[in-house]
Design a protein around this ligand. Structure first.
Ligand SMILES: Nc1nc2c(ncn2[C@@H]2O[C@H](COP(=O)(O)OP(=O)(O)O)[C@@H](O)[C@H]2O)c(=O)[nH]1
Ligand SMILES: [Mg+2]
Length: 221
């Protein structure tokens, strides 16, 4: 009986995700689902990404948090459309929440939507939002064992950003181990080394994201 209920929830999410995917494809908008533990640097990376790309791409951000609109306010300063979702205790976004957020955005006038998922290395990996792909952000202070401990996030992602590399020299983080573990979980994953604070690695990531957005735009509309 319980298994049936769970299946229904997942099925409903998949149906909603299909509706979202259809919308993204119809309007040629690249949708990216960004996941990490709390504090890995997602919002900082988004601030820098928006600032770098907003002259060449029309970007919007959907912010997922348990509470507050703090992250949306941070993004709003850059003058791009942003919608905040509060899950009020929920540990991940679902496709229905994203579907409602999409009603607030003018898809016709967008090239990229980045969805910052709730900070959590477990649940977000299991829920399809209709995105084109997921990316996972790891960061140096979290330690190099996170891919081994939370494999799903790394298996499900098309790219992995290793953020806060400016802190490598102050920590015992073994970058080679991290990279090897990520690649053995997901041999096709693209890994970006980054310091969102210093800007190191930002250009390479933005270049890749722009290329992905142009591919989706070609297929859409
Ligand atoms: N040293 C360092 N700190 C960073 C970097 N990126 C983000 N931070 C800091 O990490 C903290 C959490 O960042 P935030 O973007 O809010 O993380 P989020 O919870 O994943 O959205 C903030 O104090 C940021 O200033 C980085 O590359 N290097
Ligand atoms: Mg954030």
């Amino acid at each position: 009986m319980e298994i049936k209920v769970l299946k229904n929830i997942m099925k409903r999410n998949e149906d909603r995700a299909a509706v979202n995917r259809n919308l993204f494809d119809r309007f040629g908008v690249l949708a990216v689902n960004m996941m990490s533990s709390p504090g890995a640097g997602k919002t900082t990376i988004l601030e820098k990404t928006v600032s770098e790309l907003q002259d060449s791409l029309k970007i919007a951000v959907i912010e997922g948090d348990l509470m507050t609109s703090r992250d949306a306010e941070r993004i709003h300063r850059y003058g791009v459309p942003v919608v905040q979702i509060n899950t009020e205790g929920g540990c991940h976004l679902d496709a229905n929440m994203v579907n409602r957020a999409l009603e607030e955005l003018d898809l016709e006038n967008l090239n990229v939507i980045i969805i910052e998922n709730v900070g959590n290395l477990v649940c977000p990996g299991a829920f399809d939002l209709g995105e084109h792909f997921k990316i996972v952000v790891g960061s140096v202070p979290e330690g190099d064992d996170k891919p081994e401990k939370y494999p799903l996030m790394f298996q499900e992602s098309k790219a992995c950003i290793l953020n806060k590399i400016d802190l490598l020299e102050y920590s015992n983080f073994n970058e080679e181990k991290f990279t090897n573990d990520v690649q053995s979980l997901n041999p096709d994953i693209k890994i970006f080394r980054m310091s969102a604070i210093s800007g190191e690695g930002l250009a390479e990531w933005c270049h890749w994201l722009k290329k992905e957005a142009l591919e989706v735009r070609k297929l859409g509309k």
